[in-house]
Design a protein around this ligand. Structure first.
Ligand code: DQA
Length: 151
């Protein structure tokens, strides 16, 4: 990654429910990579930069909301979030992101627009800087590249 774009930057990566099961969970939809693989890969991409990544996964809506709220006071500059199933249901997590006013990218491994109709609405997309959906684990890399370059 181009380290010219990577001054000190604190990036929070938030993974929603069931993403802890990646690797074994419906691999035909989500691929074979584990969450640990994804996080390790992202860490590797920032190795020669001064960016600091913080990873958080929870299956609980309240824990995700609390982590986002904490970002308001812990120096987080940018959030990359896959809200997973909460994408389609959580006004509360949306409100947390709106409240902290930290720019974020919404990432989905699968293309939510080519799946069931209930997945085709996101409570986050209109607040997000951008949405990456359907590119598998590569989507996180692209979001990180943007975050590192976006200041
Ligand atoms: C997902 C898509 C959601 O609809 C689903 O509930 C997930 C994962 C994705 O990354 O493709 O858990 O966010």
């Amino acid at each position: 990654m181009d380290s010219r774009n990577a001054n000190a930057r604190n990036i929070l990566i938030v993974h929603g429910p069931n993403l802890n099961l990646l690797g074994t969970r419906e691999p035909e939809i989500y691929g074979g990579v584990t969450l640990q693989d994804i996080n390790r890969n992202l860490s590797g991409l920032t190795e020669n930069t001064s960016a600091k990544l913080d990873f958080f996964q929870s299956n609980a809506e309240s824990a995700l909301i609390e982590r986002v709220q904490q970002a308001m006071s812990d120096g987080t500059d940018f959030i990359i979030i896959n809200p997973a199933a909460y994408t389609h249901s959580s006004i509360a997590l949306r409100d947390a992101l709106a409240a902290v006013k930290i720019p974020f990218i919404e990432v989905h491994l699968s293309n939510i627009y080519s799946r069931e109709s209930f997945r085709q609405h996101s409570y986050f997309s209109d607040l997000a800087i951008g949405v990456i959906s359907g590119l598998g684990a590569k989507g996180y890399e692209l979001a990180l590249e943007y975050a590192l370059a976006s200041h």
